[in-house]
Design a protein. Sequence first.
Length: 266
Amino acid sequence: MGHPEGPARVRMLQDHLARRGYPFVEPRPATDEELLSVHTPDHVRRVESGDFRDPDCPPYPNIGFYARLAAGGAVLAQQRRGFSILRPPGHHAGPSFLGGFCYYNNLAIAVRRSGKRTLIVDIDGHHGNGTEAVFYGDPAVTYISLHRIYNYPGTGHESRGNCLNYPLPPRCGRALYVETLEQALAAAGSAYDELAISAGFDTYREDPLASLGLDVDAFYDIGYVLGERKLPAFAVLEGGYVPEIMGPAADGLIHGLRDGGAPREG
């Protein structure tokens, strides 16, 4: 069995969206300045050189380039109000650490580069410990995470400061998930310039790593609730390990955002 964070998940996502008529643009790799807005110089050096050991983050050949490209994709998504579907993901990468298939924190880099007051909503089934580590105490950012309780990485059990954490029971289902999301958004308030979404689809009912019992149609509902914030929004791919549902789930999230009222590309 191969590594769960494999290329098939993105290939099938892209194929589905292409058949649905979505346009694609290619990003540039993130610059040193962009990476260093979130990560320490030593962390960047280690990722670039492969000088690290983590069972979930193999030092693949050229991983520094691909990780930079994924970060650059997030920056472009923020600029275009788009959805970056590049890999590797990022929300487990903190200022000086990697883990959980993540090398650089793509979404965090895009948020920092934007300089905007940002509401981050992490719908991945795992807690984004890296994103929380980056933004904890930052007055310009509020971080919301809905995630499966007692699961990797073992964080996010309670809220602290500007980081609002909502651990949920396994296979909790659509109704409780959407109700909790609405509660979280109400607690976050409304004084934001943009919405940044860490879009993981491992909450799907058959996902082997972080299922919260959601069907594919639930991602439309999630998008709709987020779209009702009426904020310029962008999304960055995180997890999701059933390749066949990645495209339909992403398509549902995008349509939900639009129907809920999120402004189109500006």
